[in-house]
Design a protein around this ligand. Structure first.
Ligand SMILES: Cc1cc2nc3c(=O)[nH]c(=O)nc-3n(C[C@H](O)[C@H](O)[C@H](O)COP(=O)(O)OP(=O)(O)OC[C@H]3O[C@@H](n4cnc5c(N)ncnc54)[C@H](O)[C@@H]3O)c2cc1C
Length: 533
């Protein structure tokens, strides 16, 4: 039985008899978490449940990070994640606090997972039902049905190794990486996602349908290792869900857990530096200094702020020989996103909850975005219509939407202040011509978030939407470790660390902490011994 089976089995008897977590007193070791994204909130819950006194600090006025909620003109817009997979990772956090997830969160399955619309107007309903998928594939390419079955079998095996065995392992030592090389070779991890998909299916449209998933975590399907086909399997095995009230309901739920554990969330306050004790052989994090000048002492610091930003701006270069400015600058970062949130005064009832609108170009467009870093005239879009499942997100008779377009990060040099409105209008026209007829006349509210906004609001290095790009040379041991290589008592969670971006990814970064952060007693007894490896 794997750790996932144990979680999914939801042992109610155990839950009912478990002792309530101890509320940490003022003497308990203090953990400061920088950032209230999903990674930071999950880390705070885990540390709180283990008896640490926890303070979370975020520069925004609300928790959630990229998953914050914009409310305007009666509409509610989840700013970021909308596709909820692997719900057991959330359920575990509730269970650690002696609570039941389903008492707080109403999770509903979404079907189809995605409606994929091609530029010629045809569309493919992508679901978790293998038979329905085969019927959809047969409509486009009967010869690819067998190949799809082989692909499914392969992605199941990749999931078993990539997620079940590796996602929660701290890749702190090179030996941890070397151990998995034979398994990775066997799974053909040297192939890209698109390369692996192409081995099994031949039709161009089916190749796109089976390979777009890495974009959901900031990777180019033509560049990232085929390990990322595990996302498709993750969705198939546990479904795609929506939290009633929006993803913001999950954020509010996690904040409630932290509160229940006696933790504190301080909003609207920026951390300007991680403070250090440099008296020992290795520097040790011992608190944070806020932009206001206030210092919060801590026994350990967890940064959920953007990883590159944490190293580049919150720590002096002399204490981080592993993550020098040069290395950070030369690393590859995920694409940016242009996100347009809008409300309409009518409902578009035929539009599915999740629609992917693939433009005329696939590989070439991705090269523009990831390699050439130019803003193309065409685009591929993801459209979110929560009202398909949840009427509470918009006033009666209206629809709340967001549409996102992958674009290059800020190295493109695009002046987003000037470009945002014409780019929005081009997207609006495309939607109007395709699935939202008459859109411009139906608009009642609108706002946009550009890569510049990702930099300004989330302090995301280069305005990247998903932090460090998930290519093989920046994965597992080669990704920033969850425990700083150079600074004791400093831990990192969130999209830029192992295993990476996306809600299941960042919740797993926090899960790694359970393995690498010593117990409360160890901090109480001998703080000096606790220097990071
Ligand atoms: C538009 C969009 C759609 C997405 N859709 C999906 C989806 O459908 N499904 C999915 O699984 N994933 C999705 N993702 C990815 C997912 O949302 C992210 O990978 C994940 O939420 C990132 O969480 P994080 O823990 O890295 O923290 P973040 O959300 O990045 O939060 C970090 C927080 O740290 C704060 N911070 C930074 N620096 C400081 C500082 N110095 N002082 C104080 N606070 C600081 C920031 O303000 C921010 O609140 C999407 C992402 C985006 C942008």
């Amino acid at each position: 039985m794997t750790w996932i089976d144990r979680l999914v089995e939801r042992d109610d008897a155990r839950l009912n008899t478990r002792t309530e977590p101890v509320i940490a007193g003022p003497e308990a070791p203090h953990a400061v978490v920088i950032g209230a994204g999903f990674g930071g909130l999950a880390a705070a819950v885990r540390l709180g449940a283990r008896g640490f006194r926890v303070t979370v600090v975020d520069r925004l006025e609300q928790p959630g990070g990229r998953a914050r909620v914009f409310r305007q003109d009666g509409f509610a817009f989840d700013a970021g994640p909308t596709v909820i997979t692997a719900p057991f990772l959330f359920e575990e956090l509730w269970s650690l606090c002696g609570k039941r997830f389903e008492d707080d969160i109403d999770l509903r399955p979404v079907s189809p997972f995605y409606r994929v619309r091609f530029d010629d107007g045809t569309s493919f309903d992508y679901t978790g039902d293998a038979e329905a998928m085969k019927r959809e594939i047969a409509r486009f390419a009967p010869d690819d049905v067998d190949g799809y079955e082989w692909f499914l079998a392969k992605s199941r095996e990749i999931f078993r190794v990539g997620f079940e065995e590796l996602a929660h392992v701290p890749f702190s030592r090179v030996q941890d990486m070397l151990k998995i090389v034979p398994a990775m070779m066997k799974l053909e991890s040297y192939r890209t996602v698109y390369g692996l998909v192409s081995k099994y299916v031949k039709n161009d449209k089916i190749r796109q349908v089976l390979s777009f998933h890495p974009l959901l975590v900031g990777g180019n399907p033509f560049n990232v290792t085929s390990i990322y086909t595990l996302i498709a399997f993750l969705e198939r095995k546990w479904g795609v869900h929506y939290a009633m009230g929006g993803t913001g309901a999950l954020v509010r739920g996690l904040a409630g857990l932290i509160d229940g554990l006696g933790g504190t969330i301080r909003l609207g306050e920026e951390v300007a530096a991680i403070t250090l004790d440099e008296t020992g052989a290795m520097p040790r994090a011992n608190g944070v200094r806020l932009a206001s000048g206030e210092v919060l002492d801590a026994d350990l610091v967890v940064s959920n702020a953007d990883t590159a930003w944490t190293y580049r701006h919150l720590l002096p270069e002399r204490v981080r020989p592993t993550w020098t400015n040069r290395r950070l600058e030369r690393s590859r970062y995920s694409m940016g996103l242009f996100v347009w949130y809008f409300g309409t005064k009518r409902q578009y009832e035929d539009v599915a909850h999740h629609t992917i609108l693939l433009g005329p170009r696939y590989k070439d467009l991705l090269e523009d975005i990831f390699e050439r870093k130019v803003l193309a005239d065409d685009f591929s879009l993801y459209l979110h219509r929560p009202n398909a499942t949840d009427p509470s997100m918009a006033p009666e008779g209206c629809d709340a939407f967001y549409v996102l377009s992958p674009v290059p990060h800020l190295d493109s040099g695009v002046d987003w202040t000037a470009k945002a409105e014409p780019y929005r209008r081009a997207i609006s026209q495309y939607l109007s011509d395709s699935i939202l007829p008459g859109l411009e006349d139906e608009l009642v509210t609108s706002r946009a978030l550009t890569p510049k906004g990702f930099l300004d609001d989330y302090l995301s290095f280069k305005g990247a939407a998903f932090s460090i790009e998930p290519v093989l040379t920046q994965s597992a041991f080669f990704r920033p470790h969850n425990q700083s290589e150079d600074i004791g008592h400093l831990y990192l969670v969130g999209a830029g660390t192992h295993p990476g971006a996306g809600m299941p990814g960042v919740l797993s970064t926090a899960r790694v902490l359970d393995t690498i952060v010593p117990d409360v007693e160890a901090f109480r007894n001998d703080k000096k011994v606790l220097v990071a490896v």
